[in-house]
Design a protein around this ligand. Structure first.
Ligand code: SF4
Ligand code: SF4
Ligand code: FES
Length: 265
C-alpha cells in the first residue's frame, strides 16, 4: 500500500509517496507513526489521544477532512493538511486564527463583561437542547471544509456559529444589557449581544452547503445551528441582507444593477 503525503519542509512544498506495505498499519495515524519511526523521522503531524477525542489529528484524505486516528488508510490515499490554516511543517498546522473565532462569539468575556453564566440547576430537557453541540472537539474539520472561508477569511465559520447557538439555547447564559442598546431590535429578546455578534461575517454569509455537517466526526450539524440562529435573528428584527430588494433604477436600465448600456460585451 502506498500513501502520498503533502510535505512542507524548510519553506518547500512537495509530495512524497511512502510504500507502507511492510509496516504495521491499522489507522492512518498508526501509519504516520510507523513512517516516522522507520522511514523518515522528519515527518511532522499532530496527535494526542489516538482515540477520536482530542481533535488534534484532523487532516484531509483525498480532499476530505477526517481524523487520522479514526481513518483506515487505502492504497493510493493522498494526505494533506487542513485548509485555511498556516502550515507549520508537513501536516501540522497552526489553529490559532480559526479558534480565535470562538472569542468573537462569546460575549460573556469579550463584548459584554456584564454577562454571566449562572450555575445549575439545569433540567435534563434544557441540557438536551445543546448536548450534541457540547461534544465539539475543536478539530477544525468543518472550518477546513467550508467554501466560504476561501473567499471571506473573516467568516466566523461553522464551529464558532455552533458554539453561539449552544450558548443561545442555554438558559444559564444571561446577558445583562439594556435591550435597546443594540440597533435593529424590534422587541425584547434573549441574548441581544450574542445575536448581534453573528450578523456580520456570520450566519448570512453561510451558503448552507452542508459540508461542515458532512465532515464533523461528532455528528454535530453546524448548518442546522446556523439556520436556527437565522430564525432567531429574524424574530429579533434582523433581516437577510442577501434578500434586500434590488433597485431597478431609472428607465435607462443603468441604475440598480450597475448596468451600463453603452459598454461593450
Ligand atoms: S453550511 Fe455554511 S458554514 Fe457549513 S460549510 Fe457550508 S457555507 Fe460553511
Ligand atoms: S463542529 Fe465538528 S467538525 Fe467542527 S470543530 Fe467541532 S467537532 Fe470538529
Ligand atoms: S489523536 Fe485525538 S482525535 Fe485523533
Amino acid at each position: 500500500m502506498k500513501l502520498t503525503i503533502q510535505r512542507h519542509q524548510k519553506g518547500k512544498s512537495y509530495e512524497e509517496t511512502f510504500d507502507v506495505a511492510s509496516l504495521k498499519v491499522t489507522t492512518l495515524l498508526a501509519a504516520l507513526y510507523e513512517i516516522k519511526a522507520k522511514m523518515d523521522e522528519s515527518l511532522t503531524f499532530d496527535a494526542g489521544c489516538r482515540s477520536g477525542v482530542c481533535g488534534a489529528c484532523a487532516l484531509r484524505v483525498n480532499g476530505r477532512e477526517t481524523l487520522a486516528c479514526s481513518y483506515t488508510p487505502h492504497d493510493g490515499d493522498r494526505i494533506e493538511p487542513l485548509n485555511y490554516h498556516p502550515v507549520q511543517r508537513d501536516l501540522k498546522v497552526d489553529k490559532e486564527k480559526p479558534q480565535e473565532t470562538l472569542k468573537r462569539v462569546l460575549p460573556t468575556t469579550i463584548q459584554n463583561p456584564k454577562s454571566k453564566i449562572q450555575n445549575p440547576p439545569l433540567s435534563s430537557e434544557d441540557e438536551a437542547k445543546f448536548r450534541v453541540q457540547t461534544d465539539c472537539i475543536l478539530c477544525d474539520s468543518c472550518y477546513s471544509a467550508c467554501p466560504v472561508l476561501a473567499v471571506n477569511p473573516d467568516f466566523l465559520g461553522p464551529f464558532a456559529l455552533t458554539r453561539a447557538w449552544r450558548y443561545h439555547t442555554d438558559p444559564r447564559y444571561i446577558e445583562e444589557v439594556p435591550n435597546d442598546s443594540i440597533q435593529h431590535l424590534t422587541s425584547k429578546i434573549q441574548n441581544p449581544v450574542l445575536l448581534d455578534t453573528v450578523q456580520q461575517n456570520g450566519i448570512w454569509d453561510c451558503t448552507l452547503c452542508g459540508e461542515c455537517t458532512a465532515v464533523c466526526p461528532q455528528q454535530i450539524d453546524p448548518k442546522s445551528d446556523i439556520m436556527q440562529l437565522r430564525g432567531e435573528s429574524l424574530k429579533a428584527g434582523y433581516s437577510d441582507p442577501t434578500l434586500s430588494t434590488p433597485s431597478f433604477g431609472t428607465p435607462d436600465f443603468g441604475g440598480g444593477f450597475g448596468f451600463d448600456p453603452n459598454a461593450g460585451f
